[in-house]
Design a protein around this ligand. Sequence first.
Ligand SMILES: [Zn+2]
Ligand SMILES: [Zn+2]
Length: 331
Amino acid sequence: MLATRLLGLNDIRTEDVPIPTPAPGEVLVRVESCGICGTDRHLLHGEFPSKPPLTLGHEFAGIVMGCGEGVTIPEGTRVTCDPNTWCGTCANCQRGRVNLCLNNVATGIHRDGGFAEYCAFPAHKAHILPADLDPLHGAFCEPLACTIHGIDMGAPVAGERVLILGGGVIGMLALQLCALAGAEVMLLTRSPDKQALGRRTGAALSAATEDEARHIWPDGADLVIECAGVVETVEMAPRLTRAGGRVVILGVLPAGQKVQIEPFDLLFREVQVLSSFINPFTQARAAAMIAGGTIKVAPLISRTLPLSEAAAAIAAPARRGEIRAIVLPSG
Ligand SMILES: [Zn+2]
Ligand SMILES: [Zn+2]
């Protein structure tokens, strides 16, 4: 089969490799769809820790084709993979903070992932999706699960103002979740196309710049969710937060990147800054929302591409205006 593999720093190739055999406790899926994530680009450039050589792809869904010993998921079942497999025994797992597991083995980051025709992964990390779901939609379960964790931390409630910074896939998913919670949502992104998409999918308001956002909401937002993963938006997040409000940082900056914030301002206005990491027990809720069509993901699909184009697409920066590119490994 073909698999798109990270072989080392800035070295990604699509190669012929054997179809994996599911080990005891694992499931083998034929991958239907796998999203290209900013994290894949960070992995390629050594800005996010991983252990190459391995097949990338951590946002995928597919059809069960076989089971290892002890697994009874029927062949033909559509499932989404929760890539994060915690150990259950480290100090953080024992305190219930499984997303902070010291030994997390993430499919597509530490073990072979979904940019391949087939992928084997732990069966307890497979969440069942409906047989009649659009196969492309399954690729959104993982980014939605991560976004749900961030929204749980920020805890928007009905009538609050929520400002979303960044119009990528996480920003677009976050704005829908906050709108569903009854919040008044503003999307800040420089892209007019992304502003329009945000307003079609749940944002009441949009802004292109910090000044524009402040003009619309002079007191700031109750909750600001940073989804762009760039220095500029992380730094503006507390400034656009109302006194007593919260900031949640969901965007991923390169490891080692520093930003400037003013602790006195955080203190004097009691602004909480929270950060959200991956998807502790949120993949089932994400799968349910995708299965039920509660979250609209069709408008977030910018393009689809075959596996043969995945390496080049990951090596290039995201296209201008692109929300999500989805690889179709099974053709
Ligand atoms: Zn991702
Ligand atoms: Zn652990």
